[in-house]
Write a protein that binds this ligand. Structure first.
Ligand code: IMP
Length: 202
């Protein structure tokens, strides 16, 4: 199977990329499967900057084409927060539970109709010697009043996708992968995938 490198150590994302790329008969290799790759500091102030930082630094380290994802949750009643700080909203230890608690506390008095939010995923594709390209996907929905469900990762237990009554964490991996922001960004990438030299022939 051809391989493609995904610049992430996030186990939830890595699992989803494996599932999503399997449909294209590609093995998505995350940084957890490669030895000695340091963490890339996300010093950018936008999803696009952070995705580029991750993809370009790992691509130049490995001299190989690399895809990176920078993603997050944007809540309308919080002016788009947690946004680029989604992973570390409640602190640097990046605890999903602490992040969820913080969001629910901040939305404590916010009524149903004002709890709208969306996930965003920006994919950066870095190919050594070429300009980085970007693909964006969204998933719209609203924030629940309490966490429910065991699947997925991050804010999934409090995110109810549009058209559903359950949280993302109550959906099966297949159901989430059919509607997620990551899926939608990948659809954008799909169109150009065949034209780009980003697949490893091994
Ligand atoms: P990143 O590694 O800086 O892109 O962090 C992304 C953060 O956004 C994750 O740690 C989660 O908190 C959140 N996030 C991104 N995608 C999802 C998702 O599919 N479900 C739930 N939370 C997500």
């Amino acid at each position: 199977m051809k391989k493609i490198i995904i610049a992430t150590k996030n186990k939830g994302k890595a699992k989803e990329f494996k599932e999503l790329f399997a449909a294209y008969e590609l093995d998505a290799i995350s940084l957890n499967e490669l030895d000695g790759i340091p963490d890339v500091e996300e010093t950018g102030s936008t999803f696009k900057e952070n995705a580029a930082l991750k993809a370009e630094q790992i691509a130049s380290m490995l001299s190989l084409p690399v895809i990176a994802d920078d993603s997050g949750l944007m809540i309308d009643a919080l002016d788009g927060k947690p946004g680029v700080y989604s992973a570390r909203y409640a602190g640097e230890d990046k605890s999903d539970q602490a992040n969820i608690d913080k969001v629910l506390t901040e939305l404590h008095n916010v009524p149903e109709t004002k709890r709208t939010a969306h996930f965003i995923c920006v994919l950066a594709v870095a190919v050594p010697g070429s300009a980085t390209t970007y693909y964006i996907g969204y998933c719209h929905g609203r924030i629940a009043h309490s966490p429910i469900g065991k699947n997925g990762f991050g804010y999934d237990p409090i995110f109810i996708p549009k058209g559903f009554q359950q949280t993302m964490a109550q959906l099966s991996p297949e159901e989430k992968n059919a509607i997620s922001h990551r899926r939608n960004a990948l659809k954008e990438l799909e169109a150009s995938l065949n034209k780009q030299d980003i697949l490893l022939d091994r």
